[in-house]
Design a protein around this ligand. Sequence first.
Ligand SMILES: [Zn+2]
Length: 406
Amino acid sequence: MSAPEENKVIPIPNATATVEEKVVEKPAVEEVKPEPVVEEIPATETKSTQELSEEDKDLAALDDDYEAPTEDFDEKLKVELNKKLKPVSKKFDLSTATVISKPITVTNTLNNQVDLGKKTFTWSLLRSQRPITIRSFTATELNNLSNLARNDSRSRETFKAIWDHIVGAGKGKDFDTWSKCTSYFDVDNIWFCIYGACFESANYLPFTCPNCNEVTVSTDIPVENMCKYDNPEVEAEMKKIRKLAATPHMGSVFAEYRVQVSDNIVVGFKEPSIYDAIIAPYLFDDEFRRKYNDIIGICSYIANIYVAEMTSQGLVLRPIAVKQFVGNELKTAKARIIQYAKIIRALSSDQYNIIVSHISALTNRPSVSYGLPAVTCDHCKKEIPEDRTAAADLVFMRHRLAILAG
Ligand SMILES: [Zn+2]
């Protein structure tokens, strides 16, 4: 029998604990029968699920949050836009022109225009700790992106369309590699980079005055003024990252840190990547998603789960084996969820809440948000207060302006 002392909380000296490569068990997936949740649902569980999907909600809000402007608003906006929007930079007097007989081919015409494909914008991925450079989208490409995002802003197709526009070394070897090395918490920053690439030199922003209800279009706001940093350190960090050279080595920004959650279970946390939070769960079928809904979100924050053991050599952490299906990513991902579910669902409410609080801490780190800055109303001269919104919304709002004006 083990001495009672061994059942006390084992201090986890992360630096000294040895992580054994040997694994505790190798259960076949078929043998794993996750028990139904028998324990009380911890009070904070609902809250945590909501926290997990904060960015998700922002993106999903593309459809829900967007209030269709009234016809009156559209008319007002059109008037203001026509005062300020200049899709043609040099206006000809066509009445003085003569038509010559030699036609010009379409290819030549396009060559004379500013090549949108060459217009790029570099921004900072704060969590992934590297810059990103995105090539401008044409109107057609923005329409396609808009359709994809409206259909499902979290889909692989949406992110693949974005990835196609990343230029330089920061693109990574392929899409999957990139999505595995890019933090889920950088999604808003990526959308803002798209905004910069498309609209940096034509940043027309529409404002509705809450005081006089008139519309003001601002034409001279630098895109950087649409950022709001949680603190000066975040701003300095963003500026520093933006100037870094892009490198094909994506680094390992998702360093694991370990926390003891029960007498013998230690969880290794990491920031979720776009792959973890968006691409992988998207692969699961509806039934699997329903069955493991509580675990799928949590698992994107978990790098490893260990069993802690005090041995004669000291504290040892043995990673729980995840059954590998070579060449079948989906089955391997499912096996991981099922096996981790077995452990997580067996935790007591207090133990479970340790996991929740660490996920919260990862989610709520100081960051940057985007939106419309405060401006002075053209009509009543009062201040129109700032408005924070998801960067994806800004992209489509600005894109719509061009359609309206055209
Ligand atoms: Zn006003």
